[in-house]
Write a protein that binds this ligand. Structure first.
Ligand code: ATP
Ligand code: MG
Length: 385
């Protein structure tokens, strides 16, 4: 009897109408890429992938990180024969110490002589009669659910204990691309994760203020990009020298406008890099009202420097909810390492929370914007993960 990995994809993919084939193909390719180096054989059967491999555990771990997947199940492949099905279902019950169970049957193969309900009843009865010890049927809230799926060539059997939750979302790379401004904080990696989860390809830019921000701060951002790359494909991290820009701003501009002017430079450079590398949009980890620079006015004034959509997937999220996601995706522990950040080093005592566009533009006339941007971009370092 074969043991296989059954991959169920997110229901949203079924709703794609004529585009469904494209989504399925992308998902298949993405799973294939994640399984690189593992010997795995794929089959596709209406709405499911079956994967045969020796390296089951490692494969399941990797597949569960591919976006567009609802569940990854380790299943037994059995002949389409009621007696064989009964035996395997009984084995499944014996694997656990559960006291209650139910059988759920799905009969995709309509030529099988019994309907789903009849299969569930007969197999359930067999388990009750042949289980050594105490076990009862509970259809509402069972500890153990034994799934039986009768398909055209084989039957597949697995229990709820054989299921690993997938990452849901849509296949990575189906929905354009974004340049994520990745700081070392908690928020921006979560923002990148959420965009990637919806199928957007993520690239990252980090503004580094050497020597005010250390190598360790830079390494932390690299580590975060590496964690994100477990969910995406290869990630390019563009490291932009930012010190000269900050020094110029400090030297020439009003103190209470430092942060907002600095944020406008971040936006300009992200857009410029996006333009150079063919990336559709930009993305930040901002959330409305979180800090002085993330007020409505602040966001409006920094958006003024964007020549493409600037997405902020965390805009309406509370910090506690953002932290929950950061923990779940494994970035939190790295994000809270106490290395300095370029924004915290240059914070004004009383940052403006209601900047006005015309005033900020006027203030910026003191700077040679194009030259500063150009110079930073000419000195970027690119790392990929
Ligand atoms: P985070 O936890 O992501 O650092 P934050 O709450 O500390 O966010 P800010 O420091 O105001 O907020 O930054 C807001 C957003 O600006 C960040 O989420 C990130 O997208 C971007 N950003 C800030 N600093 C940098 C940086 N040094 N390099 C790249 N992007 C940055
Ligand atoms: Mg930050």
């Amino acid at each position: 009897m074969n043991e296989l990995i059954l991959v169920k994809y997110a229901p949203e993919i079924f709703l794609k109408g004529l585009n469904r084939g494209k989504f399925e193909k992308k998902l298949r390719d993405n799973i294939g890429k994640k399984l690189e180096g593992i010997n795995a054989e794929f089959t596709h059967d209406s709405g499911r992938y079956f994967i045969k491999t020796e390296e089951v555990e490692e494969s399941i771990k990797r597949i569960s990180k591919v976006f567009g997947i609802l569940e990854v199940c380790l299943v037994k492949e059995v002949e389409i024969d009621l007696n064989s099905i009964k035996e395997v279902a009984l084995e499944k019950a014996k694997e656990t110490k559960d006291k209650t169970f139910k059988i759920v049957t799905n009969r995709a193969n309509k030529s099988f002589e019994l309907n789903s309900l009849e299969v569930s009843r007969k197999v359930g009865g067999y388990v009750l009669d042949n289980y050594d010890g105490e076990i009862n049927v509970d259809v509402n809230n069972p500890d153990l659910i034994i799934n039986i799926e009768i398909r055209n060539n084989y039957t597949y059997i697995w229990s709820n204990k054989d299921v690993t939750k997938g990452s849901a979302g849509l296949p990575y790379g189906m929905n354009g691309s974004a340049m994520l401004m990745l700081s070392g904080g908690i928020d921006s990696p979560v923002a990148g994760y959420l965009m990637a989860k919806r199928g957007v390809e993520v690239n990252c830019v980090y503004y580094h203020s050497h020597p005010y921000t250390s190598e360790r701060a830079k390494d932390k951002v690299k580590d975060l990009a590496k964690i994100l790359a477990q969910y995406t494909e290869k990630i390019n991290l563009y490291i932009v020298p930012f010190t000269e820009i900050q020094m110029e701003i400090i030297d020439k501009c009003r103190e209470d406008e430092l942060t907002i002017i600095m944020r406008r430079f971040m936006m300009r450079i992200a857009c410029k890099l996006a333009d150079i590398y063919g990336i559709d949009s930009v993305c930040t980890g901002e959330s409305i009202g979180q800090v002085a620079s993330q007020t409505m006015d602040g966001l409006i004034v920094s958006d003024d420097c964007a020549d493409r959509p600037a997405f902020r997937p965390l805009i309406a999220m509370d910090k506690t909810d953002i932290i929950d996601i950061a923990r779940k995706i494994g970035t939190f522990e790295t994000s809270i390492l106490p290395y300095e950040d370029c924004c915290t080093i240059f914070v004004p005592k009383h940052p403006k929370t209601n900047p006005k566009l015309d005033k900020i533009r006027k203030e910026e006339e003191k700077l040679n914007i194009d030259e500063l941007v150009e110079k930073s971009i000419n000195n970027i370092e690119i790392v990929n993960f």
